[in-house]
Design a binder for this molecule. Structure first.
Ligand SMILES: Cc1cc2nc3c(=O)[nH]c(=O)nc-3n(C[C@H](O)[C@H](O)[C@H](O)COP(=O)(O)OP(=O)(O)OC[C@H]3O[C@@H](n4cnc5c(N)ncnc54)[C@H](O)[C@@H]3O)c2cc1C
Length: 382
């Protein structure tokens, strides 16, 4: 029987019911995230953007809805799903039909393999277009050695997409993307400082050397892949994950107002109207995501849409991360000490810590500066 998109979005909505985890303590974040990933694999939700015999590929919008549903349970699982999905979409849209990529895709879909991201690099900061590592060639054997400031979920990944420079015959370098399998990687894990949030994800710096063949290099140049697929999709999926976090924070406030409204009626009125203002912000966030999904769907090549679209993709990231912060801090204000508590049904501890990652995962300042430079050439229209 063919599985429709509704079925899989619905399956993600009821994910929590299928995870055997009786209670959650602060130290359980990693175990809980791992249990969610195992269930996603069991439910075959890890490669939904690829066609399968009994399940046609889902749209970006439905994949974002799944990300939202996962993040309502766990920001860490939502982050892994979001990042993995942008890598998977890159493989599906840019791998082409070469024997190497066809076979890789077939195995990855079959085994529901997680794909990590190796784009950022020490020495160039968060500028993903500024690789300094270069592919080395010894006969037909290719290697690349890279120092990454952080790679997420390598304990679960079977493959990683790595950006690097490649020398050309004309003496110039072009930036390419490589599909490397973990079995062909030599890893030197760095010291994990530990992050404030997203504690369900193994996050740490790595030095690594990847071995691969010529066929593992994507035919499209990395800047094209990044602009057409990787960047717009990661910003949509991240924003969907943040919308899920916002939803968890708002749900706690909704429950609190319903179950234990303040005794003084004027305080209850203020709480209700402040809550409604927070829901407005969540609505704005979701409207921005839907708009970005429509823009993604409406163009085969996003690059063809020019600088206005590139600017909008950055605006989505900056605005949604700001809205998430405002919603979480607003929820904390309304819940008071119950929200500030480390544990308990109204605790915002995990959500707040996870939410803080939003503005640093590609610095908002970097995106704002980049947009500021082109703003005089861009006009927003209705
Ligand atoms: C939870 C998490 C998971 C991650 N997972 C991965 C992963 O799996 N794979 C991967 O490749 N990377 C990953 N990263 C790294 C991420 O993609 C970025 O590369 C990294 O967050 C950028 O580091 P940075 O803050 O040093 O920013 P940089 O961009 O290097 O900037 C350094 C500092 O300068 C500031 N700055 C930058 N530009 C400007 C500007 N124009 N104006 C003013 N100030 C500026 C920044 O705010 C920052 O304080 C992850 C990061 C986080 C937080």
């Amino acid at each position: 029987m063919t599985m429709g998109s509704r079925d899989r979005v619905e399956l993600s909505r009821t994910l929590g019911e299928r995870i055997a985890f009786a209670r959650r303590e602060p130290d359980d974040e990693k175990a809980f995230t791992d249990a969610i990933l195992a269930q996603l694999r069991e439910d075959r939700l890890l490669w939904v953007v690829a066609d399968e015999a009994d399940a046609p590929a889902l749209s970006i919008g439905d994949t974002a809805r799944i990300t939202f549903n996962i993040a309502r349970l766990s920001g860490s699982a939502g982050l892994i799903y979001a990042m993995h999905m942008s890598q998977v979409l890159t493989l599906v849209r840019h791998g082409g039909d070469s024997p190497f990529f066809s076979e890789l895709l077939r195995r990855m879909v079959r085994d529901q393999v997680l794909v990590a991201s190796g784009t950022s690099e020490k020495g160039v900061g968060g500028d993903i277009f500024g690789s300094i590592c270069t592919i080395e060639e010894t006969g037909s054997a290719l290697t690349v050695t890279k120092e990454s400031p952080n790679i997420s979920y390598l304990d679960h990944a079977g493959a990683i997409l790595v950006s690097a420079m490649r020398g050309q015959d004309n003496g110039k370098n072009t930036q390419v993307l490589i599909a490397a399998e973990m079995k062909d990687m030599d890893l030197q894990p760095g010291h994990a400082a530990g992050f404030i949030g997203m504690r369900g994800v193994l996050n740490r710096p790595y030095g690594f050397t990847a071995k691969f063949g010529e066929a593992a290099i994507f035919a499209d140049a990395y800047p094209v892949i990044a602009r057409d697929t990787m960047t717009p999709s990661i910003h949509i999926f991240w924003a969907a994950l943040w919308s899920g976090l916002a939803s968890s924070a708002l749900e706690k406030v909704r429950t609190c107002i319903g179950k234990s409204p303040p005794a003084e009626s004027d305080v209850a009125d203020v709480m209700q109207s402040e809550f409604s203002r927070l829901v407005d912000k969540h609505y704005a966030m979701n409207a921005l995501i839907r708009d970005a999904v429509a823009a993604f769907d409406n163009k085969e090549s996003v690059g063809a849409m020019g600088i206005a679209h590139t600017a909008d993709v950055k605006r989505l990231k900056v605005l949604c991360s700001d809205l998430l912060t405002e919603i979480c801090l607003g929820a904390l204000g309304l819940l008071g000490i119950r929200g500030y508590a480390e544990t308990g049904g109204y605790s915002l501890s995990e959500v707040l810590r996870d939410a803080l990652s939003a503005r640093v995962m590609i610095s908002n300042y970097r995106l704002l500066t980049s947009n500021a430079k082109i703003e005089r050439f861009v006009e927003e229209h209705l």
